[in-house]
Design a protein around this ligand. Sequence first.
Ligand SMILES: *Cc1c(COP(=O)(O)O)cnc(C)c1O
Length: 453
Amino acid sequence: MDAAQTEALRRLPAVQAVVLAPAVAALEAQHEVVVRCARQAIDEARQRILRGDLNAGDTVVAATVSLLAELLHDPYPPVINGTGVVVQTNLGRAPVSTHAARAMAAAASGYMGLETVLASGERGGRGSVITALLRVLTGAEQSLVVNNNASAVFLALRALCGGREVLVSRGEAVEIGGGFRIPDVLRQSGAVLVEVGTTNRTYAHDYVAAINERTAAILRVHASNFAITGFTARPELRELAEVAHAHDLLLLEDVGSGCLLATERFGLEHEPTLAESIAAGADLVCASGDKLLGGPQAGIAIGRTKVIETMRRHPLARALRADKTCLAGLAATLQHYARGDAEESVPVWWMLSRTAAWLEQRVATWLAHLDDGRFSSVATQSVVGGGSLPGKTLPSYALSIVDPQRNADVVARVLRSQRPIVFPRVEDQRVLIDARTVLPEQDDELLVALKSL
Ligand SMILES: *Cc1c(COP(=O)(O)O)cnc(C)c1O
């Protein structure tokens, strides 16, 4: 250490001086918390001085302020989604409807009739209203709601197939993303994976050939985030139900997105619906609550009473169960489908049902407020995302930003770091804000963000 470093260390502010600095005091944090942040900032400055940054001491107050600000302000700041990915996992998947958000807030901040005796005198289970809604919407006898779809699949395999064999097509023993791999989930559940068929072609007779006295079930997994195209074959769900039931096995399906509407109506490819899976004879169908269903994070298991009751009685069911805010939000979301207003009220479907002409008009309205040559309107493609309809796009319109002073990545970074936060998409050296995924009430905020660029 040289003399200059010794002097810089000596000049580091004392903890008390940092605590009393006006910028720090203005944040009005609890005293011990302020002291800890000040110590951390001073320690970091000391390390930097030892590495040769002699002016590090000057930034101690600012560093303390930013440590405190991170603790105290907006831990999950709202974001305007301009990516064009409707079910954006990194941005929180499906935004819930206003009705569902109100129900969740009310459930969170008060007491609710979660497991009370209902007006009918019957003791209502935690999910009895949800079961009633899912019964009319999908035809399933019973339902169980858990934390997420990964939990639903895991609980199903554990409770229904533990120690026994489960047949899965080789093309479906896949990774869904974020550490959810079918072979790993099966292993952890205590069930034994038996792969049948080949990666691209699997027939009903491949399943039949693999059945023995240890077989418990056939598991069908929806290829959510990829598509195998070309020379492919796989049996219809109905055929698999026949094979399973002829051999006294269960047919389980991990359908992924939990779609309740016909996607064709929106110009999309067919995405299997929960009702179709039940009608085809699946004994259990597992889906996410926050993909195409458009509700809160949840795992929805629907199917035959006997199967659901076996899952409900398993000790893991308690460990994986959904909380009251989730149940309230899910019930409110399902009510939109029961009322028939999902297309307008559930944000995911509102976004998917916007036409290209409507989106072009929306971008034109934004442009009318932006008197600036950097902005223009371009045709683009949105995607559903969240492991639904891989490779399928919807024609859309985006606001394009080309800044002669800064490259596209820099502009995108500025949009992500200023308030309100905008997440754009960068394509061909242009920054795009896809009009489809900007929520209806976010136009003004978006314009504020764009004007401050
Ligand atoms: C998304 C998905 C999952 C995981 O669901 P989570 O709700 O994120 O736990 C499992 N299986 C399939 C087929 C999926 O698409």
